[in-house]
Ligand binder design. Structure first.
Ligand code: URA
Length: 240
């Protein structure tokens, strides 16, 4: 019978990324055969009864990879403490999928969901540097110097300087006093694009993620989703 490390078993079962599963174990949230286990090296097999949150964790199931075009007004969590609509309300399948990374409630666009914990880890690890492209509408007329600052790095989060970004001006509307730019970054700090715009004193009016790697949502209506193709999944394993 195949034995594997508890954190791998949990990640494969779609509970979360392997790193998060390690935290669940260390926090005493996992039971094996009725006993709370906090040892990361613990090995389990199909004959063991593993429980998380009092519920039995079923061993590995078929992996699914989904691309959602998230509308605004939905939170990116599996379960929301305030009972708000979540992205999982839009993707109703009978597998325990989790979002890869996060889009803010008022950000729309490309969001991947999967039950493959290793894939989540891979895509969210900073060393993998997967490009994400956003269309941003800001109030005011953006200046060349501000574009240069965004490209070279601005300070967010108490001293953190963002890595180099690619910026394209899409539209400057002097009458409406708004600018639309496209920002490509390969980091995924919390609310990064909004904070980058704040750093140059520009208020974000709308934020949409067009693409993750070379996967984009232009053929998906807001609120719709589709399975990723094998080729797209393979491509995400490569760097951009
Ligand atoms: N950056 C943000 O500020 N918000 C998002 O939702 C994604 C990236």
């Amino acid at each position: 019978m195949k034995e594997e490390r508890l954190q791998k078993f949990l990640a494969n079962a779609g509970i979360s990324s392997r790193r998060k599963c390690e935290e669940l174990i260390l926090d005493g949230k996992i039971e094996v055969n009725g006993i709370v286990v906090t040892e990361l090296g613990t090995k389990v097999s199909e004959k063991d009864i593993v429980k998380y949150d009092g519920k039995i964790v079923k061993p590995e199931e078929e992996k699914v990879y989904i691309l959602l075009n998230k509308p605004i007004g939905y939170v990116t969590t599996a379960k929301d403490q305030f009972n708000r609509d979540t992205v999982l309300d839009l993707v109703k399948i009978n597998k325990r999928i989790v979002p890869v990374g996060r889009l803010d409630m008022y950000t729309s666009g490309a969001l991947i969901l999967t039950n493959d914990g290793d894939f989540v880890n891979m895509l969210t690890h900073p060393k993998n540097e997967i490009n994400k492209t956003y269309n941003v509408t800001v109030r005011g007329i953006i200046k060349k110097e501000e574009i240069r600052q965004l490209e070279n790095g601005v300070e967010i989060d108490d001293g953190y300087i963002t890595k180099s970004a690619k910026i394209k001006i899409l539209k400057i509307d002097e009458e409406k006093n708004i600018s639309r730019i496209q920002i490509t970054i390969h980091e995924g700090r919390n609310r990064q694009v909004r904070k980058m715009c704040e750093a140059i004193n520009k208020k974000v009016l709308a934020l949409h993620r067009n693409s993750i790697g070379n996967i984009n949502v232009k053929d998906l209506k807001l609120g719709n989703w589709r399975y990723l193709t094998n080729k797209e999944i393979d491509n995400l394993h490569k760097k951009y």
